[in-house]
Design a protein. Structure first.
Lengths: 408, 167
């Protein structure tokens, strides 16, 4: 018999010994990419040990050899529920370094895609919170609209999950007619579906009792733990990168930042719900603005950065400069100016930051991703301490843990 | 009142004068290099000062400069004053032979894993850290992989024969 050490049993406990439990499988990632080892007093958690890093892919190291445009594919794999935001964040970082000014139409198209990605991200998170509290229906029902969103990505860039969307300076091609058609379909149909989803949950007694008051974190602790995104806003702090340091012309849009009060699971759920409505409103405004462009302006889809933006294939065959740039870009022979940049975007989970140092070579000298997931997940042990096991499971999913973003 | 870079610069220079090694501004963000032994004092001052109150740690990471003798490793803090919306970068340099840096976990709970990550990849020894273990790499690892002396595999190498992956 293995000797049990019961030093952790709190006073008044009726148990004879603590139980060690490997939490899961609940969240898809608890099947192997991270572990939570709980020390339990009956059903109460007294200690949590989180082990992460099982899918660390050394992106920061790999990036030190790649030319800028090849790093976009690495960013896809951070938060894979909203890859386009990561892609755009990376392009914005490069554009800041290179001093590229993007045309308004590019900004608005980016906003459309980023908000669509935010919706898919929040949609997954919230419906998974539903699944973990016992309501599978909502999850399957809204999933068809994630499918539609992925079809829009597919129309825009050709792929669905790891999108590798856009280029430095804009998009690789203009949005197709089908892309706009599907976008309209999404904007027309999704609100009603999301309303139904909300009707299923928001005042559902079982759901409310499972989530309200559980997994709470105060605003002070959340700030101290460097929380960002919906998890911070649920605690009552109205920090949103889109408003604090606007990028991609977010200052042109009207939207509110939903905030919660208690920072519990229910508030996190409601903040994400409200953000979906705001995102829809931003998408509509952006789509309207895109439609308002007339003449030549209505066909712009990239900035003029010949050194970093792949030229048209027809030009490559017929024009000298285009051929040279094509060759230099594909072979990664363009020297990047030396500099030090920090650029952040509001990702699905919070402030996704890119800290880029270049020394004048063809690849970054150092690239660091500020992954919101990695940073706020360390608070999990504190949040679930002295709570019941069943609350810990809901807390895990309502924090929205994306293993790809945690490990980089 | 908004926090301007000049104001922050003045305030820091008044307080820490000789401990400041360099101040630069790149792409709008003020970047201050301080002596490594005062990093915690500077962070505490920035955190507690009523006017500055940089009480949000956005990011903490390391950089390895193999060519800078005696100050090979750098630790970079990105701070944010959310109310006045000002960002600030603090840098320190330590020699690779003795990479001792005071931990910021007392000020920011969020620095815990960020420092563990920096230790994990660069071997920066955060003095006073409550639990300085590797976080992303395996525990048995005995080197610090993001240091520059570990190059990525040569993509053109031909000596590797792998039936499964065809190279």
């Amino acid at each position: 018999m293995q000797e049990q050490l019961n030093i952790n049993l709190p006073e008044g406990s009726i148990e004879k010994q603590t139980t060690r439990l490997n939490l899961g499988p609940t969240h898809p990632a608890t099947h192997g990419v991270f572990q939570n080892i709980l020390e339990m007093d009956g059903e109460r958690i007294i200690k949590t040990e989180s082990t992460v890093g099982y899918i660390h892919r050394a992106f920061e190291k790999i990036a030190e050899r790649r030319p800028l445009y090849q790093i976009t594919t690495l960013t896809d794999r951070l938060n894979y529920c909203s890859s386009p935001i990561n892609n755009m964040g990376w392009h914005l970082t490069c554009e800041k370094l290179l001093g590229v000014k993007t045309p308004k139409r590019v900004d608005y198209l980016r906003v459309i895609i980023m908000e669509l990605a935010r919706i898919t991200d929040h949609l997954i998170c919230n419906s998974i919170v539903g699944v973990d509290t016992g309501a599978y229906t909502g999850f399957l029902y809204v999933m068809q609209y994630r499918e539609l969103a992925y079809e829009i990505y597919e129309e825009v860039c050709g792929s669905r999950l790891t999108t590798n969307m856009g280029r430095i300076g804009g998009f690789e091609r203009d949005f197709s007619f089908a892309a706009f058609q599907k976008l309209e379909k999404f904007l027309n149909e999704f609100p009603a579906v999301w309303k139904e989803f909300e009707n299923l949950f928001n005042r559902n007694r079982i759901f409310v009792e499972r989530t309200r008051g559980t997994g709470a974190i105060s605003a002070e602790r959340a700030l101290n733990y460097s929380f960002t995104g919906p998890n911070l806003r649920a605690a009552g702090v109205d920090y949103d990168v889109r408003v604090h340091s606007p990028y991609s012309s977010y200052e042109d849009f009207e939207f509110i930042i939903p905030v919660g009060t208690t920072g519990d699971n229910y508030d996190r759920f409601m903040v994400r719900n409200a953000e979906i409505w705001e995102s829809l409103s931003i998408m509509k405004q952006a789509y309207q603005k895109v439609q308002d462009f007339k003449g030549a302006e209505a066909e712009v889809y990239h900035a003029d950065v010949p050194e970093y933006y792949l030229p048209e294939k027809a030009d490559v065959y017929t024009k000298m400069e285009a051929l040279i740039y094509h060759f230099k870009i594909v072979m990664g022979e363009t020297d990047i100016p030396a500099g030090e940049v920090y650029q952040s975007v509001e990702g699905g989970n919070g402030e996704l930051g890119f800290y880029l140092i270049t020394d004048g070579g063809r690849a970054p000298f150092r690239l660091h991703f500020r992954r919101p997931c990695f940073i706020y997940y360390q608070a999990y042990a504190e949040i679930v301490k002295n709570t019941m096991l069943s609350d810990a499971i809901v807390t895990l999913s309502s924090l929205n843990l994306i293993a790809g973003e945690m490990d980089a | 009142m908004s926090l301007t870079n000049n104001f922050i610069k003045e305030k820091l220079t008044n307080q820490f004068g000789e401990f400041i090694l360099g101040i630069e501004e790149s792409y709008g963000m003020l970047s201050v290099t301080v002596k490594s032994e005062v990093n915690l004092k500077v962070l505490t001052f920035l955190h507690d000062d009523a006017e500055l109150s940089f009480n949000f740690l956005t990011d903490l990471t390391g950089v390895h400069f193999p060519d800078r003798k005696g100050e090979e490793l750098s630790v970079v803090y990105h701070l944010h004053n959310l109310v006045k919306n000002a960002r600030l970068r603090i840098k320190i340099y330590v020699p690779v032979e003795k990479p001792d840096v005071y931990t910021a976990t007392g000020l920011f709970s969020g620095a815990n894993w960020m420092e563990r990550e920096t230790y994990d990849f660069f071997g920066v020894n955060f003095v006073g850290h409550p639990d300085l273990r590797r976080v992303l790499n395996v525990d048995e690892m005995d080197y610090f992989p993001l240091r520059k002396e570990f190059p990525l595999e040569d993509q053109t190498r031909v000596d590797k024969d792998d039936e499964m992956f065809g190279r």
